[in-house]
Design a binder for this molecule. Structure first.
Ligand code: BTN
Length: 244
C-alpha cells in the first residue's frame, strides 16, 4: 500500500504531498469525481505514468521536478484556468528562481527555445484539473530532451528549492484566477508567440506555416499563413521559426 500523503493548507489550497503517484492529474481528477472540494492540490516527488499534452507521457526522475495538479471548480471557462496556470508558472519561476521565462503558445514555459515547464488541463463537468510539470533541479537530460529542455537550476546557476517554487506557484495561481479581465492581458504580455513566424502542427489537419498575429480571448492562436489566409487554432503544437 502506498504511504498516505502529508497534508497542509495555504490560502485557498489544500495540499497533499506524495512520495509517488502514477499521475497527479489522474489523482485529482478521480478525487474531483468523488466530490473533492475546489482547491485540492496534489504534489508528487515522482510519477510513474505522468501525462503530457496530446496523449504524450511526461517523464521526470525522482525529485528533479515540480509535479503538481490543482482542482478548480470554476464557472469560468477551462481555457481561463489554463491561461492562469501559464501566467502563474512564469511568475513563479521569476519569484522563486530568478528565471526569466516566457510562454510559447499554448502554455509551454520556455527560456529561449528550451522548455522549462508544461501545463496539462483535464476537465470533468465544471471541475478543471490543471497539472504543471516544471524542471527544477536536473543534473543532465536524457538524449531525447538534451537539445530542447532546460531546468531552473541550469538557468539560475544554483539549486532551486522545489517547496519555495510550489508556494510561489500556488500564490501566483490564486492571484491569476482572481484577476478577472486582466488575466487575458497578462497572458498576452507573457506570450512570446505573437509576432513570431511559426509552424503549427495541428492534431487534425496539415501543418501551417506563417505568422502568429494574435490570441483570442478564449486563448485560440490566430495565424496568417504564407498564402495570406487566417486560421484560428485551438489544439496544436507550435514551433517558433526564425524569420526568413
Ligand atoms: C505538456 O505536455 O507540456 C504538459 C505536461 C504536464 C505534466 C504535468 S506533471 C504534473 C501533472 N500530472 C500529470 O500527469 N501531468 C501533469
Amino acid at each position: 500500500m502506498s504511504a498516505p500523503p502529508r497534508s497542509s493548507d495555504r490560502g485557498r489550497w489544500h495540499i497533499e504531498r506524495f512520495a509517488e503517484l502514477d499521475s497527479t492529474n489522474r489523482y485529482v481528477l478521480d478525487a474531483a469525481r468523488d466530490g473533492a472540494a475546489d482547491g485540492l492540490v496534489a504534489v508528487a516527488d515522482v510519477q510513474t505514468a505522468g501525462r503530457g499534452r496530446l496523449d504524450r507521457t511526461w517523464e521526470a526522475s525522482a525529485g528533479s521536478s515540480l509535479l503538481v495538479s490543482v482542482l478548480v471548480r470554476a464557472p469560468a471557462a477551462p481555457t481561463r484556468v489554463v491561461m492562469a496556470a501559464g501566467v502563474a508558472l512564469v511568475r513563479a519561476v521569476a519569484d522563486a528562481a530568478d528565471v526569466a521565462a516566457v510562454l510559447k503558445w499554448p502554455n509551454d514555459v520556455v527560456v529561449g527555445e528550451r522548455k522549462l515547464a508544461g501545463v496539462l488541463a483535464e476537465a470533468d463537468g465544471e471541475a478543471v484539473v490543471v497539472g504543471a510539470g516544471c524542471n527544477v533541479n536536473w543534473a543532465e537530460f536524457p538524449p531525447e530532451l538534451v537539445a530542447t529542455a532546460t531546468a531552473c537550476n541550469l538557468e539560475a546557476g544554483r539549486p532551486v528549492d522545489r517547496d519555495a517554487l510550489l508556494d510561489a506557484y500556488l500564490d501566483e495561481l490564486a492571484r491569476a484566477l482572481a484577476s478577472g479581465d486582466a488575466l487575458i492581458a497578462d497572458y498576452r504580455t507573457h506570450l512570446a508567440t505573437v509576432g513570431r513566424r511559426v509552424r503549427v502542427q495541428q492534431v487534425r489537419g496539415p501543418d501551417l506555416v506563417g505568422v502568429a498575429i494574435g490570441v483570442t480571448d478564449d486563448g485560440a492562436l490566430v495565424v496568417r499563413d504564407d498564402h495570406d489566409v487566417e486560421h484560428t487554432v485551438t489544439t496544436a503544437d507550435v514551433v517558433h521559426l526564425r524569420a526568413p
